[in-house]
Write a protein that binds this ligand. Structure first.
Ligand code: ADP
Ligand code: MG
Length: 302
């Protein structure tokens, strides 16, 4: 297949590994910087150029779009989809995953359990909003934060109120959750590819923190996901429409809860701690799904 990887930086570990895995399997592969893709939209068809030349004939595109270029990157990915190129993670699915509120609503609607979550807009409603959640501690998260930044723990109601007030003053969107104390700073990253958990990693927060993100100093070790955990992770990716996803689960007394679904999960930490060739799994999945490109065909976005 002829594969494009949409990534801002071809020297990033995940991007390099995908290129390597594609080459090992004798696919043609090219890394495209989404910010250098420009497009023409018309009712008669869709075109895209890259650094002065047409982008054409790609069977598949793997988006590795960071939080900072979501909007433009999504438009580029959508253009690929409209030009008939297969992607394991469509632009609509990435948007669903990145917006934590939407993600929680969609998952909960399908019976997937998560920490109880509240959100509201008007400061006059804060007291009642917090009473809908229950007693602290609370976890307050920026709606579009990632890698653990923008996730705060408040132990007292007065702290929850003042953090919420501060965030409102900054016009930040946030949500408030029950704190799952029994997780003891650990969560389970399940890497889902094509409806299967291909690797899992237990992440433990460093001493004194409750956030287990590797970027926050958390440590990752290979883990075996139970059948129940695998089922939840696969279902969460499926509900959002993601062929490749990092599903973060936290273990609570009432079972595994979904914390977050990452549409552009990093490969480095999990490949190194588990030894699984995740890039290879992704390339094999994409090659199995990619259709021969039919020129000029316009796809329905779904
Ligand atoms: P981010 O997108 O920044 O990674 P997450 O929602 O994944 O945000 O939260 C970061 C980390 O904080 C999680 O990996 C988990 O360790 C911890 N955490 C998040 N929410 C809760 C919660 N409700 N209860 C306990 N720990 C939590
Ligand atoms: Mg996370």
């Amino acid at each position: 297949m002829k594969l494009a990887i949409l990534s801002r930086n071809s020297s990033l570990y995940s991007t390099r590994r995908l290129v390597e895995a594609a080459r090992e399997r004798h696919h043609s592969v090219r890394v495209l910087d989404p910010l250098r893709c420009y497009m023409r939209i018309s009712a008669r068809g869709f075109d895209m150029h890259y650094k002065g030349k047409p982008i054409a004939d790609y069977n598949a595109v793997i988006p590795r779009i960071g939080a900072s270029v979501t909007r433009y990157g999504s438009a580029v990915l959508r253009q690929f989809e409209l030009m008939g190129t297969y992607t394991p993670n469509p632009s609509v699915a990435i948007a669903r995953a990145r917006d934590k509120l939407q993600c929680h609503q969609l998952l909960a609607a399908q019976g997937i359990d998560l920490p109880a979550t509240v959100f509201g807009d008007n400061p006059d409603d804060t007291a009642d909003l917090l009473s809908m959640l229950g007693a602290p501690p609370h976890v307050i998260k920026l709606n579009e934060g990632s890698q653990g930044s923008g996730v705060m723990l408040t132990e007292k109601l007065s702290a929850s109120r003042s953090v919420i007030e501060t965030l409102r003053g900054l016009y930040a969107n946030f949500l408030v959750q029950e704190f799952i104390e029994e997780a003891a700073g650990a969560d389970l990253r399940c890497f889902v590819v094509g409806g299967r958990v291909v690797a899992a990693m237990r992440r433990q927060a460093p001493a004194g923190d409750f956030r287990s993100n590797l970027h926050r100093g958390g440590s990752g070790t290979a883990a075996l996901a139970t059948a129940a955990q695998q089922a939840v992770a696969v279902r969460a990716a499926q509900v959002l429409g993601l062929g490749v996803a990092g599903v973060d689960l936290i273990q609570s007394q009432r079972g595994p809860l979904v914390l977050e679904v990452n549409a552009s999960p990093g490969l480095e930490g999990i490949e190194q701690s588990t030894g699984v060739d995740i890039a290879g799994h992704i390339i094999d999945h994409v090659a199995g799904q990619a259709q021969p490109l039919r020129q000029g065909r316009r796809r329905k976005l779904g």
